[in-house]
Ligand binder design. Sequence first.
Ligand code: SAM
Length: 216
Amino acid sequence: MINFIYLILTIYRMVKYLVSDTKRYSNILLLIFFYRPKSIVEIGVYKGGRSKEMIQAAKIFNKNIEYFGFDLFEMINKKIQKKELSKIPFSKKDIQNRLSKYAKIKLFKGYTTKTLSKLKNKKVDFIFIDGGHKLSTIKNDWIKSKKFQKKNTIIVFDDYYLHNKKIIKNFGCNLIVNTIPRNEYSKKFCYFTDKFTHLKQRLNIKMVFLKKLRND
Ligand SMILES: C[S@@+](CC[C@H](N)C(=O)[O-])C[C@H]1O[C@@H](n2cnc3c(N)ncnc32)[C@H](O)[C@@H]1O
């Protein structure tokens, strides 16, 4: 049965994003609305806002949602923040309190180089890769997230930079996404793009989504 409260809330959020300068987040809600995942992995939880929105969008069609979140949480500091071009998240406990009323939640604290291997024997329907922005971190997150994938898993990458050859050498998912084979995944750009300035650089930023074509 459809949950109309979450349906209205999700439509409201999509419209809110579309009239804001972070339009690309409406892509995530559209994808969840379309593919109806029952299990979600989010790499990079931050303040849990998107996590809550993704869970509630997924709950339009399914009552019981499983959510797995990976972040440094209180382990982050200014140095890491700069290295990862990142933001300062809430604590693990805070996020656990915020999200556990909506879904079955499991959170993993620490560097994803270590934590992604702690979730064992789990295949999920939807993966959002939005943790550290350093190229090596995104590469690690992509490779390690493969073990959560099965046929038809949707994987969304944030931070695909357009028209900026300099930044993609060190940050963003361009160099990873561009080498993912098309015979293993269907690959599409999400429609809505954002433009903003970071460290005096003008950035056009897109999300990319993949669908795994078969089981390994
Ligand atoms: C861009 S924010 C995530 C935003 C969130 N997905 C959203 O849509 O609201 C990136 C998050 O990744 C975390 N992070 C950065 N580098 C990390 C790493 N190497 N391992 C684990 N988490 C990391 C940061 O603490 C931060 O909360």
